[in-house]
Design a protein around this ligand. Structure first.
Ligand code: XIL
Length: 472
């Protein structure tokens, strides 16, 4: 696609758009016969079905009028893309910083948009000081964080991602290893109880990726939610990130439904879709949500392709110039099509009060997390860093392209002075300079558009690492 000359590219898109417009015209009689005034924006059309349509927003882009023009015309729910994460809101222990997140909240409030809070606890974008903690000290710091941040935004958040990505990929269906997990398996329920006490009005969600179909990982989450409901742990919703590389899995709707049947709301929280059947894939996701009465809404992970974290994959609904893509028209038509108009009222658990715990302030240097970059045949690799004085943890994500892969190799060059001291979920050759990682037995096979993660700890600094990926 990117090699098609610009003029030709535009003509292709225009032809697709015109075809979609005439398809709508052809269906107009049916739409009128149903008595519904089809909405002309994503937010209005979703609202007609008792749903919301949201997007991730970056505070730094709120000064761009093309960006806010689309945001305020099309979307009625906002998730801060990074501004409410732990490293952003508590960069040093006990010192909270809300400037960027508050900017987004105030934009939402003045434009009639609701907020999803994202994310109170996540093993990524954890500040360096927390990354270096363990045991009781970390448990206390984690509860203090949840309680303080959820308390700051009390009454302003529709739903919080209380815990993000706590389950492991692969066939085990168990928890992901992290310093949070190592504080004890009950860390997730403690987080939910603490969040409920801090903001009893917010829906509390568990959010994850690769849980879009019925598989070992989604079943692991399902069993946790079932157990929480049985024991009265306050959980109200499950978020399905839905970072897809093509059509959603064929059991996507059935998977949403089985969670809904546990008595929780389901939400599509970070939708973006690469690949040639993007328009159909967006329509299928919308139809699946409309078919599940407890599916409260859909959030896409950015507005224009140029805003996407999936650089070069063009997985969003607007192109880099802010024009509506075929996928937009397809999503809008699906929202205006048949589907449940009933949004089931909140299914929630009674508030449970848990006293906040505070921990002594400790000053630790800040941390940086950077997304990155390209890959080779059949896969891409990105890195995020948690850096502290003298060392860092790098988490690498290997994503298959439009076809499944059966093995992968990631190459990168460590900056001088950096040396690997520990590694998980991969084999490696070399500790310094040019280093090569290959899959281990259980994570070589990755479905189209799906991903797996591995990581390493090292001395020195990790900034500027650019991983390359090749399949096989
Ligand atoms: C991503 C952001 O889009 C990037 O800007 C950032 O560098 C890394 O995080 N799952 C999540 C989101 O829950 O928070 C991630 O957002 C994408 C994957």
């Amino acid at each position: 696609m990117s090699r098609i000359p610009r003029g030709r590219h535009s003509r292709v898109r225009l032809a697709v758009t015109l075809a979609a417009v005439s398809a709508v015209a052809a269906g107009a009689a049916i739409a009128l016969a149903s008595g519904a005034d089809a909405g002309t924006t994503l937010g209005a059309s979703a609202a007609e079905k008792g749903r919301y349509f949201g997007t991730a927003v970056a505070a730094g882009k709120l000064s761009n009028s093309q960006y806010t023009g689309i945001l305020d015309r099309e979307f009625n729910m906002i998730t801060p893309e990074n501004e409410m994460k732990w490293d952003a809101t508590e960069p040093s222990q006990g010192q909270f910083r809300y400037t960027s997140a508050d900017q987004i909240v105030s934009h939402a409030q003045s434009h009639g948009q609701r907020m999803r809070g994202h994310a109170l606890l996540w093993y990524q974008q954890e500040p360096g000081w927390a990354q270096n903690m363990s045991g009781t000290a970390l448990r206390n710091a984690m509860m203090n964080h949840v309680s303080t941040v959820a308390g700051h935004y009390k009454g302003k958040i529709y739903a919080w991602d209380v815990v993000n990505e706590a389950f492991a990929d692969g066939g085990g269906g168990g928890r992901r290893d992290s310093n949070l997990q190592r504080t004890g398996n009950d860390w997730i329920e403690v987080a939910f109880r603490t969040a409920r006490a801090a903001d009893p009005g917010a829906k509390l969600c568990y959010n994850d990726y690769n849980t879009d179909g019925v598989n070992a990982k989604s079943t692991g989450v399902y069993n946790m939610v079932k157990d929480f409901k049985a024991r009265g742990v306050p959980i109200d919703c499950v978020g399905f990130q839905s970072h897809l590389g093509g059509l959603p899995p064929s059991d996507y709707q059935a998977n949403l439904q089985r969670f809904a049947d546990l008595g929780v709301e389901v939400q599509i929280t970070e939708l973006d879709i690469s690949g040639s059947n993007q328009a159909t894939a967006y329509a299928n996701v919308v139809k699946a949500c409309l078919a599940v009465s407890r599916c409260a809404g859909i959030t896409v992970w950015g507005i224009r392709d140029s805003d996407s974290w999936r650089t070069g994959e063009n997985p969003l609904l607007f192109d880099g110039n802010g024009n509506k893509k075929a996928a937009y028209t397809s999503a809008l038509n699906a929202l205006n099509g048949p589907g449940s108009t009933v949004s089931t009222p909140p299914v929630s658990t009674p508030p449970v009060s848990t006293p906040p715990v505070s921990s002594p302030p400790v000053s630790t240097p800040p941390v940086s997390t950077s997304p990155s970059s390209p890959g080779g045949n059949g896969c891409t690799a990105t890195v995020s860093l948690n850096q502290w004085q003298g060392g860092f943890v790098a988490t690498l994500r290997v994503t298959a392209g439009t076809g499944a892969i059966n093995g992968w190799t990631v190459n990168l060059t460590l900056p001088s002075g950096a040396a690997i001291t520990g590694i998980w979920n991969a084999n490696r050759s070399g500790d310094t300079g040019a280093v090569r990682f290959t899959n281990v037995a259980y994570n070589g096979q990755i479905g189209a558009g799906q991903y797996t993660e591995f990581g390493f700890q090292a001395t020195g600094t990790g900034s500027g690492i650019t991983p390359g990926c090749s399949a096989g």
